[in-house]
Design a protein around this ligand. Structure first.
Ligand code: MV4
Length: 496
């Protein structure tokens, strides 16, 4: 096992990884930017080092600085979390040069999955179902017209270097095709420096269902069940659940087998996610994500597997914890992403100081967060405050429990997505599991109306709360006590 792991990330995921380290008796090292000087993750770590200015390119994306810290402090591995340097194949190469293990798949796998044409070609060859269309770049308009006619409209033009929704255009008839190709090419050229585009059949009302996979360095590959991620807005996921409301044992077996085949065909190692689009009983490979994902906790909750701990164990050369037949799904988990955004104003970011904070608890509730009372959310990074995760024996119990947990959650000082989630939990179509990737857009009016009501209700509740709320002096004392507790934990850990 490693002696010391450097976490090249910030916020809740940095703490999540450090928690796994502590359970494994591995020392953790935080690197933090100027904006994160007072952050919880830097306090939680056994050691913490400043790596410079708040702009990501100066700190969390600065490979040279991060490797330098790892070498100087004697870390034998780096965990990249999600975002920032996760899925950056250069980090892997630099780690290798310096004899540091990167906790993740190999650089060549990251590269081939980053290119959508390459990944699609590899998957088709491996016998994984792919969306009808081309898996080579479009070179002439005549070729595009022929392909579009043969698959039939509507079609979608996608950038090969794309992903996350940038560089895509749907085309419903021949007249729109030339313009769509030209515009996708030019967006792709400026966004990714690669104008290669390809064409697929456009699936009009798909669900986004993904499979967690895990592979060790001894040739064992398993899937750790499915997640439904259709509740998103502008390609930002808002709610995830496991299992998908439409999942059956038979479908999980088929999709899981395809996910394992996908991973095995490229000699994948460590944790990964195979994304599928599901439409009318059929499923198709969409993309593969070569990192631990934001929504991994719902999988941990229903399977009992600590995915981050497994990542670290696998990277240190150990065998994966379980065989496929040892994995089962118990009950239902939901995750709501709590962002500092105003859901009544098109989800505009709303960073600032958290002036009141009380997180929910009780049976079946997990909160993964990096914030605390009086914490100021920096403007430099994404707006996620925390992930509220619940478990229930059934989907219905999980939804009711999420409603209860959301009702307990108090965040003052910044606007959050809590009202959106409360409205969603009340939505009859959501409760019925009638989901597809257009859900949020199509239910916009109903959700907005429900949110208006909820915000008024909450204002009254907060006013009642405030009259019994702790006076400011006590708040400051509690904040100091929390911080003191974190640093005590740190010094105890050092003594161990
Ligand atoms: C599609 C599609 C429908 N048909 N491809 C969006 C992100 C990018 N990585 C792929 N995406 C899509 N590809 C075909 N052939 C619909 C989407 C899509 C989507 C997919 C997953 C989750 C949310 C989505 C929201 C809009 C569009």
């Amino acid at each position: 096992m490693f002696n010391k792991v450097l976490i090249a990330n910030r916020g809740e995921i940095a703490i999540r990884v450090m928690r796994a380290c502590r359970e494994l008796d591995v020392k953790s090292v935080a690197v933090y930017s100027d904006a994160d000087k007072n952050s919880l993750f830097a306090k939680y770590a056994d050691e913490a080092y400043s790596i410079g200015e708040s702009t990501p390119s100066q700190s969390y994306l600065n490979i040279e600085k991060i490797i330098d810290v790892a070498e100087k402090c004697g870390a034998d591995a780096i965990h990249p979390g999600y975002g920032f340097l996760a899925e950056n194949s250069k980090l892997g190469k630099e780690c290798e040069k310096h004899g540091i293990k990167l906790i993740g798949p190999s650089g060549s796998v990251i590269e081939s999955m980053g290119d959508k044409i390459t990944s699609k070609k590899l998957m088709r060859k491996a016998g994984v179902p792919v969306i009808p269309g081309t898996d080579k770049g479009i070179s002439t308009i005549e070729e595009a017209v022929d392909i579009a006619e043969s698959i039939g409209y509507p079609i979608i033009v996608k950038a090969s270097a794309g992903g996350g929704g940038i560089g895509m255009r749907t085309v419903y008839e021949r007249d729109e095709l030339i313009r769509a190709i030209e515009s996708t090419q030019s967006v792709a050229a400026s966004a990714f420096g690669d104008s290669t585009v390809f064409i697929e059949k456009y699936l009009e009302e798909p669900r986004h269902i993904e499979f967690q996979i895990m592979a060790d360095e001894h040739g064992n590959t398993i899937h750790v069940a499915d997640r439904e991620c259709s509740i998103q807005r502008r390609h930002q996921k808002l709610i995830e659940e496991s299992p998908s409301p439409i999942m059956t044992d038979e479908l999980r077996e088929r999709m899981g087998a395809a996910a394992v085949k996908a991973a095995e065909s490229i000699n994948y190692t460590n944790a990964g996610t195979v994304e599928f689009l599901y439409s009318n009983g059929d499923f198709y490979f969409l993309e593969m994500n070569t990192r631990i994902q934001v929504e991994h906790p719902i999988t941990e909750i229903v399977t009992g597997i600590d995915l981050v701990k497994e990542q670290i164990k696998i990277a240190s050369g150990k065998e994966i914890c379980c065989a496929q037949e040892d994995i089962s799904v118990m009950g239902h988990a939901l995750e709501c992403r709590i962002n500092a955004e105003d859901p009544l104003a098109e989800f505009a970011p709303n960073p600032g100081k958290i002036t009141g904070y009380r997180s929910p608890g009780g049976i079946g509730v997990r909160v993964d967060s990096g914030v605390y009372m009086n914490y100021s959310i920096p403007t430099f990074y994404d707006s996620m405050i925390s992930k509220l995760i619940v478990w229930g024996r059934t989907r219905k119990e999980a939804i009711n429990r999420m409603e209860r947990a959301l009702s307990e959650y108090v965040i003052l000082g910044v606007k959050t997505t809590i009202p959106f989630h409360k409205a969603m939990m009340r939505s009859p179509d959501f409760r019925a599991g009638k989901l597809n990737t257009h859900f949020v857009d199509e239910h916009r009016k109903g959700i907005m109306e429900e949110m208006e009501k909820i915000v008024l209700e909450d204002k009254e509740r907060v006013n009642r709360l405030k009259s019994t709320f702790l006076p400011n002096k006590k708040v400051a004392a509690i904040t100091a006590a929390v911080e003191n507790y974190m640093s005590t934990a740190q010094s105890q850990q050092k003594q161990k």
